[in-house]
Design a protein around this ligand. Sequence first.
Ligand code: MF3
Ligand code: CO
Length: 253
Amino acid sequence: MVHLKTATEIERIRTSCRIAADAMLAVSEELKPGVTTLFLNQVADQYIRSQNAVASALGYRGFPRSICISVNDEVVHGIPGERVVQEGDILAVDIAVKKDGYHGDMNVSMKAGEITRQAQSLLDTTRQSLEEAIAACVAGQRLGDVGHAIQSYVEERGFSIVREYCGHGIGRNFHEDPQLLHYGIAGTGCRLQAGMVFTIEPMVNEGRAENRVLDDDWTAVTVDGKLSAQYEHTILVTRDGSDVLSRFEDLPW
Ligand code: MF3
Ligand code: CO
């Protein structure tokens, strides 16, 4: 069942998103070749705690760290550890925060030093596919319209969209209804209603869409070993469009 959010709930979600966005800034300032992904995890975790908030991922279904960092061919749910960031890496940094009982969730793909033109094209396409999805969000449109906007944008550029992981309603729970697929057929699916809050978080692969989960039971990687990127925002549907709760004028995401 989809829970439509009240004004108070919406502002709490926005507050959690603000903390996530500021933690993202702290991570981006420390991200350079030579640091470990565990160090970046600690940077985010410390900032979140300093705001009297908690990292939603920590302990979620046994997840051992506070944020997810998925490097290069890692698609999603990468576990920060002793891996050292290398020049040319791309890192999808996923930060979700809970404060005053409400969650906010976002993901930004970042680069370490100089990256290839192909990697930059993957980042640009993934980021813009999220913008296309946001533009498709307005009360009365359908979930399939949003998925179709992402899929068509990505596939027209020769990349592929991951099918196994989707966007999700968010609020009192980290994951709630509705599920938002990042692919689909226009004109199908449930209608969007004003007051719905959900994430859109397309994972886009350089090569084939298929992925598999490593023995750590979390990290999904591309089957062909090629790159994967992701961006995510938390979005409120309104009568005439949407309000991106994880977007702030003074921050680049
Ligand atoms: N944004 C990701 C999601 O919504 C974050 C996952 S956190 C984890 O699924 F703990 F589940 F890894
Ligand atoms: Co999410």
